[in-house]
Design a protein around this ligand. Structure first.
Ligand code: NDP
Length: 631
């Protein structure tokens, strides 16, 4: 065996050994929800709950969730002339994720030019390539104001009941605030990562100091603010952080700068690459911001993340670099200009002789990945002064096994004398006591524990959203989805008229730019609702056959590196428990994000609403066609 192959085998063995250490038989059940005895962790520290009279009226569209999904669908509906729309959210304002997550250092590491929706419509130029959380939150408010989405909105309100009324052909909506109103249509944009979770560490409830989840940051305790002011009240505090995922990576540097002492409890190190952030130059922005620019940028990102050979890389970030490396390996010695020429005449990498060989793609992927991960591990050694700490901060798994992180501040934080990495060797914190945390039998006494422990991902819709839809003939959505998700396009369900899901499963899925899924679904939903309204229909839903064919198409997806069961456990791969049928059924289009967006754009352009059935108020079927799926 060549030296190179020996090294590869050694790395594979190391990855497998690290994965084995982290695997926990209880999977997702290891976490605790913020309810029951932990319900106080869910309280809103950002805004007081305002008294208001319950809503007892009727609206055309109820948008459940006022994050990007509710905002963008609401905006598109207003543009289409649908005036009566109502946002409902458990937060005290719009923003969703960006309302709740105000922890120090909060920022989005997907490029703002493609992450912030409706930039063109609002005429807003992001200040930096990767913007801070407050700027994103402000943009959410900008959208709500521009499109008049505050007018009927209900905040600090949780939907408790959603039931289809066959007689009047409307949805009846009940909430935690005593609202009881109706809507002709409902959209569910409740988010993929909005239910915070705590680690199931024994003794968590016994801790007598201060503790909170990162999505409920308590600045009254820490001092400072989400804009970056120093947390002066931590100057005499010993602080613990549990979790070193994307959130931990962002909040650890400001904590290291403010706390008297900081202990970071690590179960799995994140891969942390350089960020390369920069200010956006208004002169440059003017040159690129020509009509249709944001769609071009979003499409370009998808193209770069896909299987073809993109003409250019507008975004040029850590994500597109991953694809670029794999592509280069697959193409081997083929000069790039030859590859481009091939691409221009319409042949994608998939169809090229190199691309047709799946073994070669897999090998190229592994080679590119090992190269990248070696670079990331070397970066740790270069930055971290203490060799033992450096070794512990090295990530031993393929980069796409967990969410890649990008930060220029995270690793240097460990060089601060007040900051200690407590590595748990994959086992997690053993126990929490009244005064601190135990790892390897050693007690670390602290005043405050920050849980950067993430959000529920695998849980079903009902558990995550807190309500179940009751559709036609009293059928619950949980029954409809008892054996896995069933939708057409990831958006509509048979038996649930006038209801729309705004989410990524059974659509473009992990396109790594979540808002692209939302912006695209919003276009589809607005087109469908406009068609119903213009033609005086009462209802719209997919046929049973169209839904079944869509599910079949999704199940033909062979899977990807993201979420692979061989990966180190995490929420991307069902905590390493393997792909159940339900998990597979929640994946995306087999053609990836590119395949889905191509299909749905063609579907919208065709304008014949293939696979949907429209009903009049007399409930007569108006259109019913068998779908023909575009691969
Ligand atoms: P994650 O689920 O990614 O991380 C949770 C962390 O808690 C992990 O490090 C996990 O370890 C650790 N943990 C859980 N249980 C224990 C335990 N018992 N003992 C010790 N450690 C434990 O959550 P995040 O909030 O960091 O990120 C969630 C997602 O939010 C990201 O993947 C991303 O999609 C999004 N996000 C995006 C950002 C952006 O810039 N766009 C910024 C922040 C978040 P282990 O890894 O071993 O499970």
């Amino acid at each position: 065996m060549s030296e190179e192959n020996l090294a590869k085998v050694a790395i594979r063995e190391k990855y497998a050994a690290e994965r084995a250490k982290r695997l926990r038989p209880e999977g997702n059940a290891q976490y605790k929800r913020l309810d029951g005895e932990y319900k106080d962790y869910a309280k809103d520290p950002h805004m007081p709950v305002r008294e208001r009279a319950p809503a007892k009226d009727h609206v055309t569209v109820a948008l459940i969730g006022a994050g990007f999904s509710g905002l963008v669908v609401g905006a598109r509906l207003k543009e289409a002339g649908v005036e009566s729309v109502r946002l409902i959210d458990k937060g005290g304002d719009v923003g969703g994720t960006w309302y709740w997550n105000r922890y120090p250092g909060v920022r989005c590491d997907t490029a703002a030019m493609i992450y912030l929706p409706l930039l063109e419509e609002t005429g807003y130029m992001p200040s930096e390539k990767y913007v801070r959380g407050p700027e994103i939150f402000k943009h959410c408010k900008r959208i709500a104001e521009q499109y008049g989405l505050y007018e009927k909105a209900l905040f600090h309100t949780e939907v408790s009941g959603l039931e289809w009324q066959e007689d009047s052909q409307v949805w009846r909506i009940k909430t935690s605030r005593g609202d009881d109103f109706t809507a002709k249509y409902v959209t569910m944009g409740t988010g993929p990562l909005h239910v915070a979770k705590l680690p199931g560490i024994p003794g968590i409830e016994t801790f007598r100091g201060k503790s909170f989840h990162t999505s409920r940051w308590d600045y009254t305790y820490t001092g400072g603010d989400e804009f970056g002011a120093p947390m002066e009240r931590l100057a005499d505090k010993r602080v613990a952080v549990i979790g070193t995922g994307a959130t931990g990576v962002q909040c650890i540097p400001p904590l290291a700068a403010s706390a008297k002492s900081l202990f970071v409890f690590q179960r799995t190190p994140s891969s942390v690459d350089e960020r390369h952030n920069k200010k956006i130059d208004p002169d440059w922005f003017e040159t690129i911001a020509t009509p249709g620019w944001q769609k071009r940028w979003m499409d370009n990102f998808v193209e770069n993340m896909g299987s073809g050979i993109p003409s250019e890389d507008l975004i040029d970030d850590g994500w597109t670099e991953i694809s670029r490396r794999v592509r280069k390996k697959v193409l081997g010695k083929t000069p790039l200009w030859v590859a481009r020429t091939v691409s221009q005449i319409g042949k994608t990498l998939k169809r090229s002789p190199a691309g047709r060989n799946p073994e070669r793609i897999r090998a190229a992927f592994e080679d590119a990945d090992i190269e990248k991960m070696e670079e990331i591990r070397t970066r740790v050694e270069t930055i971290i002064e203490d060799t033992e700490t450096a070794e512990k901060l090295k990530a031993w798994y393929p980069q796409l096994c967990k969410r890649p992180c990008f930060s220029d501040e995270y690793l240097p934080a460990y060089n601060s004398p007040n900051t200690t990495l407590v590595d748990t060797d994959g086992k997690g914190v053993e126990q929490i006591t009244e005064t601190g945390l135990i790892v390897n039998g050693q007690l670390y006494e602290v005043d405050c524990i920050v849980y950067a422990s993430g959000f529920e991902f695998g849980a079903n819709f009902q558990l995550k959203s807190g309500f179940d839809l009751v559709g036609r003939d009293g059928k619950f959505l949980s029954e409809h989805w008892a054996e896995g998700l069933r939708t057409l396009h990831g958006i509509q369900m048979h038996g649930f008229p006038n209801a729309f899901m705004i989410q990524m499963n059974q659509g473009a899925n992990m396109a790594s730019n979540v808002p692209h899924n939302i912006v695209d679904h919003a276009a589809t939903v607005a087109q469908i609702i406009s068609h119903v309204e213009t033609n005086d229909f009462a209802t719209v839903e997919p046929t049973k056959e169209a839904e079944a064919q869509w599910v079949e198409l999704i199940l033909s997806n062979q899977g990807s590196m993201i979420g692979s069961a061989d990966c180190t456990p995490g929420f991307w791969n069902n905590e390493g428990q393997g792909w159940s049928k339900e998990f597979r059924q929640a994946q995306g289009h087999p053609g990836g994000a590119e395949g889905f967006f191509r299909h749905i754009e063609a579907w919208r352009k065709a304008g014949d609403f293939e696979g949907l059935v429209f009903g009049t108020s007399q409930d007569k079927a108006a259109v019913s066609q068998k779908p023909e799926l575009v691969g």
